[in-house]
Design a protein around this ligand. Structure first.
Ligand SMILES: NC(=O)c1ccc[n+]([C@@H]2O[C@H](COP(=O)([O-])OP(=O)(O)OC[C@H]3O[C@@H](n4cnc5c(N)ncnc54)[C@H](O)[C@@H]3O)[C@@H](O)[C@H]2O)c1
Length: 315
């Protein structure tokens, strides 16, 4: 089977490529299709550079001729490519609308024209907006609050329309926050590790009580593969763990694993439109047989060790 992985040089995409090449049976080809924005890093897949199954195309999902010629002759498309940082979308949302909405439209059209069997569209829990109590399943309405999450919600709706209008087998995953190796150091977990490694205070928005649900990236990659192999055509799957902590608690956990004081925190003015809490009901993916394998503290320890041992990747 031949896989076309958009955004495969970024954080989750490169972990997924590693999962495919290491653990998945019957993989005859993997194409990374990536624009190589600031968030991509060729070191993320360099250990597979001699694997004859891997090829890499530097291409933009908004460059239709290059996309169409590259996507041909693949069985599956796993669509990770996106602008992904909420703060950047608040500064300027233009690239988010272009890559996340128009880019996803191009992926859907190119997949339809190329006769791709199944597309997995990788989305986020942020499309549901802030969930003040309980948890939400896949039927919950989309109430995005940032330009990033609005652009992802737009891409989800386009994916849905291709299922209904053309009968294209597009499966959408909405995962909670990922952590693990290869995450660009602007995101919360690497920011915490980096600051604490220099014994500097960690900046936290507002009063630090905002709650996020967390999954280790390798568990998310397994879940995405399960959706591809066992999911229903055209269905949407939340991918969560139930592991929900406030940002302050996250800092405390990482501080404790690193053997640091837990009071190295600097409260800064809140992010505009900051969602208070995300919480997923992940029964649908559980019904496919998914359960997260990586315990939160153990996964954080693995991640801390990776960042501390791979200074050259991120400094
Ligand atoms: N990181 C998380 O916690 C999280 C949680 C839920 C969902 N997601 C979703 O997962 C996907 C991957 O997220 P990530 O954290 O790995 O992001 P990332 O920013 O680390 O990587 C994104 C990759 O997409 C590429 N890209 C961006 N625009 C492109 C374009 N126009 N054409 C081709 N390539 C382009 C970048 O070069 C980069 O390699 C995104 O769709 C994101 O919305 C992320």
């Amino acid at each position: 089977m031949r896989y076309f992985v958009t955004g495969g040089a970024g954080f989750i995409g490169s972990n997924y490529v590693e999962h495919l090449l290491r653990n998945v049976q019957g993989v005859t080809g993997v194409t990374i299709y990536d624009k190589f924005t600031y968030a991509a890093n060729p070191k993320n897949y360099s250990e597979f550079s001699n694997d004859p199954r891997l090829s890499v195309v530097k291409g933009d999902i908004c460059d239709v001729p290059t996309l169409e010629s590259s996507i041909a002759k693949h069985d599956f498309v796993i669509h990770f490519a996106a602008e992904s940082h909420v703060d950047r979308s608040i500064e300027n949302g233009s690239a988010f609308v272009t890559s996340n909405v128009l880019g996803t439209y191009n992926i859907l059209e190119a997949s339809r024209n190329a006769g791709i069997k199944t597309i997995v569209h990788v989305s986020t829990d942020e499309v549901y907006g802030s969930i003040h109590e309980g948890s939400v399943n896949e039927e919950y309405p989309l109430f995005p609050n940032s330009p990033y999450s609005a652009s992802k919600a737009g891409s989800d709706l386009l994916a849905r329309s291709y299922v209904k209008t053309y009968g294209l087998d597009v499966r959408t995953t909405r995962s909670c926050n990922n952590y693990g190796k290869y995450q660009y150091p602007e995101k919360l977990v690497p920011v915490i590790i980096r600051k604490l490694s220099y014994k500097l205070p960690v900046p936290v928005y507002g009063d630090g009580t905002n709650v996020r649900e967390w999954i280790h990236v390798q568990d998310n990659c397994r879940a995405i593969q399960l959706v591809l192999e066992e999911g229903s055509a055209g269905a949407t799957y939340n991918i969560g763990t139930g592991q929900r902590v406030s940002n302050l608690e996250l800092i405390q956990r990482i501080s404790s694993i690193m053997g640091m004081e837990s009071d190295l925190v600097e409260l800064v003015s809140d992010r505009l439109g900051h969602d208070f809490r995300y919480a997923l009901d992940s029964s649908s993916i559980a019904n496919l047989g998914f359960e997260p394998k990586i315990d939160f503290d153990f996964g954080l320890k693995l991640t801390i060790d990776w960042y501390l041992n791979n200074n050259s990747w991120w400094v």
